[in-house]
Design a protein around this ligand. Structure first.
Ligand SMILES: C[S@@+](CC[C@H](N)C(=O)[O-])C[C@H]1O[C@@H](n2cnc3c(N)ncnc32)[C@H](O)[C@@H]1O
Length: 228
């Protein structure tokens, strides 16, 4: 299923309050010129970004931003950070957040996996959300998948005790592989079952992809995990 073109953005809309852009830091080399594994640092300061201390939820792969907008409205006492690799989608989300006047949500244009790599252990995330990540079917493209061993370990490392991972997909194989990966790489408790609930309105879905799958009566596989 292809993606519909994004609407043109209003050029007068100020995105600076909602759009963050991450550029990869130059690699640190050892004496022999070999890049060293990046170390987690405390460089990213959520309280400085949001101007307050509040429970932080991060979504990787925000797409058109339906989750971010709805969740930020529903939980005004939480801070939300979406991370989206495709810059034009990140700008589209920033425009939605700006139009909705949401001060508790930001979108970061960049790679969610690289961002998680440099988060400090003690950041204490309330939740991590990964919805309908691209399946990258071909073997040679598998390395582009979001759900990797390193990311699974970073999720566990950065969640607070009691923090939740939400993982949904329409691809049963990806779902089963992710459950096995999380069981092998982490001690997260789960999968906890998530029931489908009827939609109250045309946008009452977790994400655009969930809406699309349900409109086409295709299955959605949902799981939650808790850091015990
Ligand atoms: C299939 S779409 C799903 C979008 C949304 N979660 C939904 O359910 O409607 C997957 C999204 O993840 C983004 N993405 C893929 N790899 C990513 C990464 N490493 N970091 C951040 N975003 C990523 C893609 O650009 C794309 O917008």
């Amino acid at each position: 299923m292809g993606r519909r073109a994004l609407k043109k953005l209003d050029p007068t809309l100020d995105l600076s309050g909602h759009l963050l852009v991450s550029r990869p830091a130059p690699p640190v080399l050892d004496a022999a010129g070999i890049p060293l594994e990046p170390k987690p640092s405390s460089a990213w300061d959520a309280s400085a970004v949001f101007g307050r201390v509040a429970p932080l939820e991060i979504e990787v792969g925000s797409g058109k931003g339906l989750f971010l907008v709805r969740a930020a409205k529903e939980r005004p006492d939480h801070n939300f950070l979406g991370i989206e690799l495709a810059h034009k989608y990140a700008r589209h989300i920033a425009a939605r957040l700006a139009r909705a006047g949401l001060s508790n949500a930001r979108i970061l244009s960049g790679d969610g996996l690289a961002f998680f790599r440099q988060l400090p252990d003690d950041i204490g995330l309330t939740a991590v959300h990964v919805y309908f990540p691209d399946p990258w079917w071909k073997k040679r493209h598998r390395k582009r998948r979001v759900m990797t061993e390193a990311f699974a370990r970073d999720i566990e490392r950065t969640l607070a005790i009691g923090g939740m991972l939400h993982f949904w997909t329409d691809v049963e194989e990806y779902f089963q592989e992710t459950l096995s990966l999380l069981a092998a790489e982490t001690k997260l408790a789960g999968p906890l079952n998530v029931a489908e609930r009827p939609a109250d309105d045309d946008l009452d879905y977790r994400t655009h992809f969930e809406r699309r799958m349900r409109m086409h009566e295709l299955p959605v596989y949902r799981a939650e995990f808790r850091k015990a």
